[in-house]
Design a protein around this ligand. Sequence first.
Ligand code: SAJ
Length: 422
Amino acid sequence: ATVGVIGLGYVGLPLAVEKAKVGYRVIGIEHNPLRAQQVNQGQSYIADVKTEELRPLVEQGLLKAVCDFNDVETMDALIICVPTPLTKNRTPDLQYVESVTHAIARHLRPGHLIALESTTYPGTTDEVMLPILEASGLQREVDFFLAHSPERVDPGNQRYTTKNTNKIVGAVGPQSLYAAETFYKQTVEHVVTVSSAKTAELVKVFENTFRAVNIALVNELTLLCDRMNVSIWDVLDAANTKPFGIMPFYPGLGVGGHCIPIDPHYLEWKAKELNFNTHFIALAGEVNRRMPEFVLEKTQRVLNGAGKALSQSTILVLGVAYKKDLGDFRESPAIEVIRLLKQNGAHVLYHDPLVPAFEEHGVEMSSQALTGELVESCDLVLITTDHSEVEYQMVLHHAHLVLDTRNVTRSLTEGREKVTLL
Ligand code: SAJ
């Protein structure tokens, strides 16, 4: 059987590899010709996909990438993994989902299974996609099958992969559900079916809203603990001794990535359409977006405590990626912190072993080599991302002052007197 994966990004490429590994012929439809070319050369550009597992599949002819929809008739299942970003006024941007659905409708044939994996607001599959597909004259549940199965990839997570992460599947009817469940069972260890496509969509945005709200709760508590001179880290560690723990969330300099800061606003938008005001989502967004400001204030305070002014200081920012052990800096709050530090006159350098250079929000920098001399030459080291491969002991040894926003130095001894935590 032949599978089409539309969008070969951090969701689509791992999925395409999993399908090819169990023997499907996989055709990736990727609108970025550079990425399509890299795939056809067996070259991975996604951290979670090793080139050595991609290349053989391409060489065996099990996986290839194209940039058009001309092969759609030859496919049996079509999995849509395109981005669902926000427009500049923070409303859902379904342009990619819609254009891909129109392209599929032009090549739709009896027997096609279509599954949307992109995170979106409840109702997208049956209110937006279904009418476009049925305009072809083919009928749901009879000629084609339509389902929603949200991607649950946790980028950089080696333990939970596309293969062993439970897969939620909801559809526009029983035939579609059966077709989708059967399809996913070939590559995912555990498939969980739900009663509708809308339910499946809601499960996903709820999961990410849950994270955003809990991160915001801990961030708000961090601001309060700062005023009370209590360590949030001690509070969280001790609170976690409850029998079932508190499912640890930790403070940080805000929420980055292309999911948690974005997905909940899809739900908020849909709720507003139904004249329902969700409060937690907006509140969580406000609190999380406030954290870079707080990190700036705290940096100023630590420098002032050592008789230094921010505007005369050189700051080394350790990590610009939005989370540990990943080279992705999209929506990274660390870049917002750098912008604020520069805006307040500080001289800022950064080191990130996984981000050699970046250009975002009008800031363009390249990573410095992390040496003792570099650390010594800075007035303060601001640890913003807790990458495993950074030599924090060396940093502590050479640093004058350290503001550790991730408490990554918690297990180190030498030099801890130089460290301030969020
Ligand atoms: N963060 C905190 N405190 C925390 C947890 C996270 O400040 O306690 C920050 C991180 O530093 C990061 C952001 O929030 O900047 C997002 O963190 P994340 O761990 O949710 O990472 P994502 O967005 O790459 O991956 C998430 C998935 N996370 C997990 O499963 C742990 C999951 O929510 C989704 O599958 C995925 O986004 C997605 O694609 O929706």
